[in-house]
Design a protein. Sequence first.
Length: 415
Amino acid sequence: MKQIPWSSLSARSCRNRRKGCNFAWEQCKLSDISEKSYEKNTYNKYSTVLTNSAEYGIVKQRDFFDKDIANSSNISGYYVVRKNYFVYNPRISNQAKFGPINRNKLDESGIMSPLYLVFTVHDIDESFLETLFQTTTWHRFMYQNGDTGARADRFAIKDSTFMSMPIKVPSLEEQHKLALAFQKLDQTITLHEEKKRQLERLKSALLKKMFADKSGYPAVRFEGFGGKWDQCKLGNVGTFRGGFGFPENEQGNIDGIAFYKVSDMNDSCNTLTMRKASNYVTSSQISKNKWKPILNQNIIFAKVGAAVYLERKRKAMGPFLLDNNMMAFQPKDADIDYIYYVFQRLRISKHAQVGTLPSLNASELRNITIYIPSLNEQKAVADLMVSLDHTIILYDFKLELLKKLKSSLLQHMFI
């Protein structure tokens, strides 16, 4: 059977469907194409305990939790989950409103707690059914026939009721084509995710190797540079500045100068520089409150609250203002991109004063020891790191587009 590239599909082509796939989808019950598995782990034949994750699918429990959770003395009552068996996990989460249904794609059999529903399928493309369960087409049935039960984190539905779930399926030929298209899309997403992880690991290694330690020499260096790096205090290469209280009744403007709050750093987009604020202020507000905007490019971070431990640092272009839970650092006689990556390496949260809320004190941060090379070497190191970060951001952007494409196709290609 000829494969169709996922990139040739769109919401419109999904609705109109492809030539040769114009037969009506038939409705059946899940029990018509599947059977509940009752096979128990008699005599503890299997020892690999599995878990069904909404985010990662069926994985080994040890890999997921970094340790064994199940009691080895009780696993004889666990269900055996062979390759390509399906498992329903009634545990609900933000990723799985009614609990995840996944297929065991591991190359070995394992076992799962009796809390899970294990079933096998027949007369249907397994990959097609797996993809169908990634849609929301079956959620209405669950909502109408189940309940959250006594535990708010678990969805309660009888096994017999679950197996009566109505599903609509096309011909086997169309099932195969849909499954192949989504497999190709998933492979592309996986490749991009792995490439991004590799780049992040490379960045982490370079942050360790290309910046000097107590010896004054970096482990990895560009050709043409030599000599020991200068040791100095952070306060000698820049100035710290705090923010201002922002009256709630003055918030909400969408034009003017950016007034950054800690929450503005919580967006999922991996960026080096702040792009937008949730609040802006006018010149009349600045005059009235006697605020002094920061005019130059600075490095900003949280100085009060739990966000201190998140270690988020961003560059911000002037002019801008900060609220009193944030702090800015403006380098002098040093390359700001280089200093930005010095901040990336620093764990400034370990300097936080612990109280009702963790807080950072500028006087203590000024005394942090750093190492500085010549300006030319600063720029060389910074240019490499910026280029690497931009590539990571590009993969983030591509992944976001691919996941949106998959979400759209799941919405439009299934009934």
